[in-house]
Structures are given as C-alpha cells and as structure tokens.
Design a protein around this ligand. Sequence first.
Ligand SMILES: [Zn+2]
Length: 289
Amino acid sequence: MNISFLKILLACILFVNSTDDLYSFHTKTNEIAGVTIHHITNILSSKFNLQYVTTFQESKHGDYYIDRLTGKILGRDRATTNNLRVIDKREWDFVLKEKGGPRSRDGIKELHKNSFIIVFDENQIQKEIQLLGEDTALEGLEHQLYIVLDVNTGQVFAKREFSPNRIFKTRSIIEVYKIGKISAPRIAEGLMLLAEVHGHPRTINFYEINIETASEVDKEVARDLNINIFVVDAFDTKLDSNFPRAIHRVNNTGNLETWVGQTAGINSNNTFNFTDYLSNMLREDTYAL
Ligand SMILES: [Zn+2]
C-alpha cells in the first residue's frame, strides 16, 4: 500500500494558563493533505454522536469483539466465557458470512482462533503512574504516559513518554497518527491509544495560573481524540514514591470528574482501577450498536 505520511500540528497555546496541553496529530493517508485535514475534522466531530444505553441488563456470557482498527465493538459471541477480544473486522465479517455468525459453534471457534483476549497489566500501569506523579512533582514538568492496546497481542499497558516537553515546560504533547480515515488514534505500530495520563505540577512562575484538576485544553483534546485523559495531581511536592496522589478524569466527551481515585501509593484504599474503568468503557460501546 502506498501510504504517504503527513504531520499536522494542532497547537493550542493559552498564554495565561500554565497547565494546558498541546497535541500534535499525524495521519497516514494516501489522500492529498487538504482533503485529509477536512476529513479528520469530520470524523472527530462525529464521535460525539454515540448513544449509550446503560440500563440494559448485561448477560454474563459471551465474548466481546473490538475492531483492531477503530477500537469499536463489532459484536458478541455466545461462548461461555466473558472476555474482551480484539479482532480484524475482515475475520469478523468472514464469520458472519461463511461460518454461521458469532452465535454458532463454528463461528465461535473461528472467532476465538483469530482474535486475542484483551489483558490489562494493572500492576504495570499503577507502577508507571506512581512514578509519573513523583517525577512531575520533582521536576515541575508535565510528565505523561499513554495507556495503549497492542492490537497484535491484546495486551493493555502503560507506555511512558520519557521526554516531557521542556520548551513549554508545563504542557504535554500527545503525538498520534491515524491509519486511513476511521482508525482510533495510534502512538506507534499496532498501539491504539485508550487513555493519556499526565501530571499537573505546581507552577512557581508568577505569570502562570495553577490548575489542579484538568484544563479546558485537556477537555478539548479528550473530545477530539475520543480518549480519556487522566490528570495526576502533583501539587503536593512531597517526594515520596509511596505517596498516593489524587487522580482527575476527563472522559471522551470532555466531561471532567474530579477526584475519581488515587495513585496506588502504599496502603491506598482509593486506588483508581484502570482495568475496570477502561474495560467497561470498551464494553459499553456495545450498546451503541
Ligand atoms: Zn493538563
């Protein structure tokens, strides 16, 4: 496939605000640049239209299938298990057409053979987020990491960004690209971005405003990329790797919820469970079908 590589930088700089974020957007496409930019705008705005019906009583049986390209739910099988799986849509379509669908014995067998169970590495995610909070407090920089789904293995883990933005100091940059027109944002080959996590340090510059929870730009970016953004509150400059720090969340519609939990720290009773939250989010998409 002839794929040209285009980098679009969407930089939103608010001068009064020290803790706003920037993000840049790459896209792989074989279309010309102008058309592509226009199309991305359309795709991003169309994501607000998803309707979730959460009152539906969910059955405990059956695996859910997520499209490896878009991150959207394709459907559910009739297996006795209740896993979340990632699959190529072409395999899913093949089962629909040729194997009696996801509820048939043959269909289920084929689907299981050609998909990966999605497994969250909660311990690794917690460890990385704890370190991120500490580094943010220590350096006064917005350290960040990505929670990604490896669509080639099913593993979900944290990928630390080791070069915090030292030019804007307290702003983080999310670098993503898309494959074609409809893919979920990727940060690298096969790595679908589910959530971004960054620390908010306390600024010491008199001309900057401290924002503890999440900024307007955080909300805008979460909406545009259709991801969750978690903010680790690093206002408390206590440098202790066991110290539990508050977590605030902006969901993919840009809705801010403060104090959703804490980093793991030591003996923290309120540790935010990323596995529960993100796997429920992926499953909830089912009801949009
Ligand atoms: Zn922020």
